[in-house]
Structures are given as structure tokens and as C-alpha cells.
Design a protein around this ligand. Structure first.
Ligand code: G
Ligand code: G
Ligand code: MN
Ligand code: NA
Length: 254
């Protein structure tokens, strides 16, 4: 069977789950957010990672129903966690270019925010530079509309696409996420170190928050902190965790 059909079936059978990767404030050490990352728990193949299926889902438009499931589940989880006392933690959801282009996204978000009483700033959408730059005349007004609904917006994989800096100031963003490819060799590659430092300075100048992704070592963390980086996520703090493990993780870090 083709991957497309497997995916179709997986959506019907509800085989997906979300894992959450904590984001840490480098000033206070507190957890300020979590990125929701989809996992496919296939009955025979076991846990399938998104690199194996997100592209296929995008190509055959299944990213719309899959993305709908992800948003519904993330919003349900936000409201469950806030009832359990986890209030100041924003959940980030990855949105593909196709989702951003679909009008249905707006209806869905309105419904979810109302149903789950999502407070402004509790839900963040991560959009890649290429998804924004694909058709900025369409995406910029849409992003403004989302922002007006109280949804926070981050640029994911920042530095790997080609968003021009003149667009960056027009976008209603809350944060930039420095791509992990720049963080990886920060200790040994002066160009990567310079790119991270420049991105941190850029975010500060534009009044944006910043998350460094893929932080795995103390040395990477120290360099980023010395450059004034606000927050980070990566294996150094935690891998993405099943929802059930999150409360315990957070209580160890407050
Ligand atoms: O979770 P990983 O650990 O494997 O994620 C791999 C890639 O899949 C990342 O680029 C991430 O942005 C993407 N991804 C993970 N979850 C989702 C999702 O719910 N929707 C979309 N569109 N992409 C996702
Ligand atoms: O493209 P996006 O930033 O959404 O992708 C997040 C991806 O990065 C997920 O696949 C996640 O599992 C992975 N990831 C998160 N932290 C680390 C890390 O410290 N090292 C590596 N190699 N990957 C990470
Ligand atoms: Mn992401
Ligand atoms: Na990224």
C-alpha cells in the first residue's frame, strides 16, 4: 500500500499522538513553553517520526485533516493542563504552508479557542520562513488576523529560508526560532556562532522573543546565553515527551 493510503487510514484510526518538547527561559530556568510534535503510532511499525510522513501528507493534502487533529489535540491539552495548574506555559504547534493558505484554519482556530477557552498567548503557531515567503501578500494579512485572535506567531527554522529582513518587520511575530543547524556546531564553526549572535541581536532589535533550537550541550547553552539569548529547547533539557510525562517534568523545573 502507498504511504498516502496508510496515512489516510491512520487518520481514520486515530493513530497519531503529540509529544511535547519543553522550552526553557535561560534567565529563570523555568519552562515557558512547549513545542507539540506529532508522532504516528503505527500498530505494526511502531512510532513513526514526522520526517517520514509530513512531506507526503503535504503533497496529498492530508496535512489539512492531520493538522486539524494536531490543533484540536493541542488545544484540548492546553485546557486540561491549565485546569491542572499549568498556566503560564505556551504550546507551539507547527503549521504547514498549506494549512496557512486554507480559510478553514481560521474557523477551526476560532472554534477551538472558544470551546477550550484558550487565553491569548497560550497557543503559538510555528510557521517556516518559506511558508510565509511563498506568497507574502496572502500570508501577511492572514498572520495579522491570527494575531488579532490572540494567537502567538513564531518563525520556525529561522535562517534556513530566505525571508528578507524588510518583510520581517512587517510580520506580526512574537518569536524567532533559530534553526538547530546553526546551533549544532556553534562551538567549532565561527560562521555558525556569528549567525546565532546576529540572530539574537536582530530579534532583540525588532522586539521579538527568541528560542534557540537543538541545544544539546552546556557549551552551546553558555555561548547562547552570553549572546543574550532568552530561551532554548533541545535534548540538553529534554527530548519531546509524551503528554503524560509533562506535569512531572515541569514540577521538577519550577
Ligand atoms: O518531531 P521531529 O522530532 O521529528 O519533527 C520533524 C519535523 O516534522 C520538524 O520539521 C517539525 O516541524 C515537523 N512536524 C512535527 N510535528 C508537526 C505537525 O504537527 N505539523 C507539521 N506541519 N509539521 C510537524
Ligand atoms: O523543524 P522543527 O524545528 O519544528 O523541528 C523540531 C525537530 O527537532 C523535531 O524533530 C525534534 O525532535 C528535533 N529536536 C529537538 N531538539 C533536538 C536536539 O537537541 N537535537 C536534535 N538533533 N534534534 C532535536
Ligand atoms: Mn518547529
Ligand atoms: Na526548527
Amino acid at each position: 500500500m502507498q504511504m498516502e493510503n496508510h496515512l489516510r487510514q491512520a487518520i481514520l484510526r486515530n493513530e497519531f499522538e503529540l509529544h511535547y518538547q519543553p522550552q526553557v527561559d535561560l534567565g529563570t530556568g523555568r519552562i515557558i513553553g512547549m513545542e507539540a510534535l506529532v508522532r504516528w503510532n503505527h500498530p505494526e511499525w511502531g512510532m513513526v517520526h514526522p520526517e517520514k510522513f509530513i512531506r507526503v501528507a503535504e503533497e496529498c493534502n492530508l496535512v489539512i485533516p492531520l493538522g486539524e487533529w494536531v490543533l484540536c489535540e493541542a488545544c484540548r491539552q492546553i485546557s486540561q493542563w491549565s485546569r491542572q495548574g499549568l498556566e503560564a506555559v505556551c504550546i507551539s504547534v507547527n503549521i504547514s504552508a498549506r494549512q496557512l493558505k486554507s480559510r478553514y484554519l481560521f474557523t477551526l482556530i476560532d472554534n477551538l479557542m472558544m470551546t477550550h477557552q484558550i487565553k491569548p498567548g497560550m497557543l503559538e503557531l510555528e510557521i517556516t520562513e518559506s511558508a510565509v515567503m511563498d506568497d507574502p501578500e496572502q500570508t501577511i494579512p492572514r498572520m495579522k488576523e491570527l494575531k488579532n485572535k490572540g494567537v502567538a506567531l513564531a518563525i520556525d527554522d529561522f535562517g534556513t529560508g530566505y525571508s528578507s529582513l524588510s518583510y520581517l518587520k512587517l510580520l506580526p511575530l512574537t518569536r524567532l526560532k533559530i534553526d538547530r543547524s546553526f546551533v549544532k556546531d556553534i562551538e567549532t564553526d565561527p560562521n555558525d556562532a556569528a549567525i546565532c549572535a546576529a540572530t539574537i541581536a536582530l530579534a532583540r532589535t525588532l522586539g521579538l522573543g527568541l528560542v534557540a533550537e537543538g541545544v544539546e550541550t552546556e557549551a552551546q547553552l553558555e555561548y547562547l546565553r552570553a549572546q543574550g539569548c532568552d530561551s532554548a529547547q533541545g535534548y540538553y533539557f529534554s527530548k519531546p515527551l509524551p503528554a503524560n510525562n509533562i506535569m512531572a517534568f515541569v514540577s521538577r523545573h519550577q
